[in-house]
Design a protein around this ligand. Structure first.
Ligand code: ADP
Ligand code: ZN
Length: 713
C-alpha cells in the first residue's frame, strides 16, 4: 500500500515536537521504512530511543497510531510525555470509567488522536477491533514485543493473539519493539507477527555511559553506604534478593539520614504505587527493591544501580543496570559478588527440564563477576556483539589486574586442603591458614597440621580472593553436595608434587578507594556554579511538575537541564537550540526557565560565586524591565548612560524583546535609519554618527539599528 505521507519531513517533526536535532543510530532508517508502509522489528537497549521510532512516523502520517503496551503505569507516563510535547495522545485501559472511555473513542473516530495506547487484552475484544476499523489507523506499534514469546522472560498469553490483528489490518505497517530478545525470542516475534528477517533492526546493546564495577561482598552494607554518600541527592536503585534485605537496607540507610524506601512483593498495590510515584517524582532518592521494581518506569535520570546480591542471569542484570542513565549522562553500576549468593541462587533452581539452562545462565553470570578482562566485552559477548577495544569504563579497564607468581601461596592452600582431608569449606580453610584460634579448629585438631598459620601474613579478604581464583583455575572444586567442602582436583597434584607454577591476579582493594577520591568533586568556582545551578533548575522543574501533576522528567530530562547549565540560554531563541526543547515546551516553559537562568546568572555574579560572561547585560536587563531608565541604571551601576544603551543594543541583538518605546522616539528612529540607509547600511556606526552631526550618541544609533534588524528577521 502507498502511504499518503503528509508533507512533513521526519527531521522537522523530530526537532519541532521533540526538540532533537539528529536521529540516533537506526532511528531514521526505521522511521523511513514505516513511512514506506513496511514493517519493522526493533531491538534496542533500554534508553536506546525506541519510542521515537514509531512516534515520529505517527506524526508524519495521517490517522492514528495504535500502540500496544502491557503496562498501565507506562502508558500514562508516555501519554503525559507526548502531551507535554504538544502531541494529541490518549490511552484506553481498565482504570478508566465508561464516560472517560467514551470520550477517547469519540476522539479516535473523529481523527483527533495521533497516538492511542492500548493494553493487549483490550485490543482483541471484538468491540475494539470494530472501533479501530471505523477510524483511520496509521500504524501498529507493539511495545515490549518479547512478551509474545514463551522463551522470553516475561511471557504474556494475550500477546500471542496479536498476530490475528494482521488479518484485520492487512495493509497497515506493524512495528514490534523490545529491549530484550535472544535469537529464539526474536524468531518467535517474527513468526507470530508475520514479519520477515529483513524487517529486523538490531541496535548495539552497548551503553557506554554506564560504568561497570564488581566488588567482593564482604561488609557490603558499609561499602554501599559510602557509595551512596558520595552521590548525595542523586537517584539510585539498590536491587536485593529478598524482601527482608530490602527492608533492612532501607531502614539502615534511613537511620543515616538517607531518603530511602523499600519496594517488594509484600507491599499492597497502593503502597507500591506510592513508592513508584515518589521515585518518579524525585521525592525519594534510593529505592531498595526486589527485581520486580523498575518495570514500567521510564524515569530517565536514575544515576546509579547497585546489585546488593548477584542476579540470576545476565539478561536480568543487564536490564536492571539499564535503568540507570537513560538520558545518556554518565551513571554508575556496582555489583556485589559472593559465593554465598551464588550458592543460594543455585539452590533456588528447581529440578525440572529448564534446570540445565538455568544453571548454565547462572554460570555465565558468575564468569562475568569473576572476569579479569574488560567486563563490557564479556557482557556484549553474551549478546553476540563483539568489540575489539577495551571499554575504559569498567573496573578491570581502570584498574587492570597485576599477575604475580602465586605458586607458593597456592601450595600452602592446596596442602591445607589435603591435610584436613578435604573436610572444610572456604571460610574455615582461610581461618586455618591464618592461624585462627576458633573453637572448631582446636576441636578438630586443625591447629596441628603443618600449614596451620602458614598464611597469617595475608588478610582474610585477600585469601578469599585467591581461593576463588584457584577454584576458577580448576585447582580446587567445591563439593556442593557435601556441605560445600573444598576438594582437590587432578590439576592440584601438578602444583603440589610436580612443581607446576601458577600465576594469579594480585588482590588489590585500592580501586574502590581510588574511585572515591577521584569522585570527590574538586570544588572549583565553576563546579560550584554548575552544581548550584543544576539544583536550581531541578527545583524549578519539580515545582512545575507538581503543579501540572506530571513526572519531573517529563518537563525536561536531566540531559536537557545539564545542557542549560552548560550553555546558559537566557532567552527563548537560545533555549530553542537546546536538545529536548521542542516547540510546545518552548511555549510552555520557555519564559520561566530563561527568566530563572537570567536571575541565577545575575545572582551568581553579584554574590561572587562566579562572574558569568555577559552577566553585566543581564543586570541592565533586569533593571530595565523593572522600569528604570538608562540614566537611572547608569547611576546605580556607576556606568555611563551610553554604556547602558550599548547593553540594550546587545540584548536586542541577542534576541531579547524590550519595550524600546520607553527610550526611543519615532522621530529619532526615522532620523537614524535614514542616515544609516544613506550611508549604505554599514556595519560600523561611525559614518552614521558623523552624518547625523554627532547629535545622537553612537550606542543609541546601534540600538535603533539593532531594533530595525530584529524586526525584519
Ligand atoms: P527506550 O524506550 O528505548 O528505553 P526511550 O524512547 O524512552 O528509550 O528514549 C530514551 C531517552 O532518549 C529519552 O529521554 C528520549 O527522549 C531520548 N532520545 C530518544 N531519541 C533521541 C534523539 N534522537 N536525540 C536525543 N535524545 C533522544
Ligand atoms: Zn572495560
Amino acid at each position: 500500500m502507498e502511504t499518503t505521507a503528509t508533507n512533513k519531513h521526519p527531521k522537522e517533526i523530530l526537532s519541532q515536537y521533540f526538540g532533537y536535532s539528529t536521529f540516533r543510530p537506526l532511528q531514521e532508517e526505521i522511521v523511513n521504512r514505516i513511512l514506506n508502509g513496511k514493517d519493522a522489528l526493533v531491538l534496542m537497549p533500554t534508553g536506546g530511543g525506541k519510542s521515537i521510532c514509531y512516534q515520529v512516523p505517527a506524526l508524519c502520517m495521517p490517522g492514528t497510531a495504535v500502540v500496544v503496551s502491557p503496562l498501565i503505569s507506562l502508558m500514562k507516563d508516555q501519554v503525559d510525555a507526548l502531551k507535554a510535547n504538544g502531541i494529541e495522545a490518549a490511552f484506553l485501559n481498565s482504570s478508566m470509567n465508561s464516560g472517560e472511555q467514551q470520550l477517547i473513542e469519540d476522539q479516535l473516530r473523529e481523527g483527533k488522536l495521533k497516538l492511542l495506547y492500548l493494553a493487549p487484552e483490550r485490543l482483541l475484544s471484538g468491540n475494539t477491533v470494530n472501533l479501530l476499523k471505523l477510524a483511520k489507523i496509521s500504524l501498529f506499534a507493539i511495545d515490549e514485543a518479547h512478551c509474545i514469546s514463551q522463551w522470553g522472560h516475561d511471557f504474556r498469553p494475550e500477546y500471542t493473539k496479536l498476530g490475528a490483528l494482521r488479518q484485520h489490518f492487512a495493509n497497515i505497517p506493524f512495528v514490534a519493539l523490545t529491549a530484550t530478545a535472544d535469537k529464539l525470542t526474536r524468531q518467535d516475534i517474527l513468526r507470530q507477527l508475520y514479519l520477515t528477517e529483513d524487517d529486523q533492526f538490531i541496535a548495539s546493546f552497548d551503553r557506554p555511559n554506564l560504568s561497570l564495577e564488581v566488588r567482593p561482598g564482604r561488609e557490603r552494607y558499609k561499602q554501599l553506604l559510602d557509595f551512596i554518600k558520595m552521590r548525595k541527592r542523586e537517584t539510585g536503585i539498590v536491587y536485593c534478593l529478598s524482601r527482608k534485605t530490602t527492608e533492612q537496607v532501607a531502614e539502615k540507610l534511613q537511620r543515616e539520614g538517607i531518603n530511602a524506601l523499600p519496594y517488594n512483593a509484600g507491599l499492597t498495590p497502593q503502597e507500591r504505587s506510592r513508592v513508584q510515584d515518589a521515585f518518579v517524582n524525585d521525592k525519594v532518592d534510593v529505592i531498595c527493591a526486589t527485581i520486580a521494581f523498575g518495570m514500567g518506569i521510564d524515569k530517565s535520570n536514575v544515576r546509579y544501580v547497585v546489585h546488593y546480591n548477584l542476579p540470576k542471569h545476565i539478561e536480568s542484570y543487564y536490564q536492571e543496570i539499564g535503568r540507570a542513565g537513560r538520558d545518556g549522562l554518565p551513571s554508575d553500576t556496582l555489583l556485589f559478588y559472593t559465593y554465598a549468593d551464588l550458592d543460594l541462587l543455585r539452590s533456588f533452581i528447581t529440578d525440572d527440564d529448564r534446570k540445565e539452562m538455568q544453571l548454565e545462565k547462572l554460570k555465565r553470570m558468575q564468569e562475568y563477576a569473576e572476569a579479569k578482562i574488560c567486563r563490557r566485552k564479556v557482557l556484549l559477548n553474551y549478546f553476540n556483539e563483539y568489540h575489539d577495544q577495551d571499554c575504559g569504563n569498567c573496573d578491570v579497564c581502570k584498574n587492570p589486574p597485576q599477575f604475580f607468581d602465586a605458586t607458593i601461596l597456592a601450595q600452602k592452600a592446596l596442602s591445607a586442603v589435603a591435610r584436613v582431608n578435604e573436610r572444610v569449606g572456604m571460610v574455615l580453610l582461610v581461618d586455618i591458614l591464618r592461624g585462627s584460634q576458633r573453637k572448631e579448629i582446636l576441636e578438630h585438631g586443625y591447629d596441628q597440621i603443618k600449614t596451620y598459620g602458614a598464611g597469617a601474613d595475608i588478610s582474610t579478604n585477600d585469601w578469599l580472593y585467591y581461593i576463588q581464583q584457584l577454584i576458577q583455575l580448576g585447582y580446587i572444586e567445591i563439593a556442593y553436595e557435601a556441605g560445600h567442602t573444598l576438594k582437590l582436583t587432578p590439576a592440584s597434584n601438578e602444583v603440589l608434587r610436580n612443581g607446576k607454577t601458577i600465576k594469579m591476579a594480585k588482590a588489590d582493594w585500592s580501586f574502590a578507594k581510588k574511585t572515591q577520591e577521584t569522585f570527590e568533586p574538586r570544588v572549583t568556582k565553576q563546579k560550584q556554579f554548575e552544581t548550584a545551578m543544576f539544583e536550581h533548575m531541578r527545583h524549578l522543574r519539580k515545582q512545575i511538575a507538581e503543579k501540572e501533576q506530571i513526572p519531573a522528567y517529563v518537563v525536561f530530562s536531566d540531559a536537557t537541564l545539564k545542557e542549560m547549565v552548560d550553555k546558559l540560554p537566557v532567552n527563548e531563541r537560545q533555549l530553542e537550540a537546546i536538545s529536548g526543547v521542542g516547540r510546545e515546551k518552548l511555549q510552555r516553559y520557555g519564559k520561566v526557565f530563561t527568566q530563572a537562568i537570567r536571575k541565577f546568572i545575575v545572582h551568581a555574579t553579584e554574590t561572587g560565586i562566579k562572574k558569568v560572561k555577559g552577566s553585566t547585560y543581564l543586570i541592565t536587563l533586569e533593571q530595565f524591565e523593572d522600569g528604570k531608565t538608562p540614566y537611572e541604571i547608569g547611576q546605580k551601576r556607576e556606568i555611563a548612560e551610553g554604556t547602558v544603551f550599548g547593553h540594550l543594543a546587545r540584548l536586542v541583538e541577542d534576541g531579547f524583546t524590550l519595550e524600546l518605546d520607553r527610550v526611543l522616539s519615532n522621530d529619532e528612529r526615522t532620523k537614524v535609519l535614514k542616515a544609516w540607509q544613506l550611508c549604505g547600511k554599514p556595519e560600523e556606526i561611525a559614518p552614521v554618527y558623523e552624518m547625523l552631526g554627532e547629535s545622537v550618541f553612537p550606542s543609541k544609533i546601534r540600538l535603533v539599528i539593532a531594533e530595525h534588524l530584529a524586526k525584519s528577521v
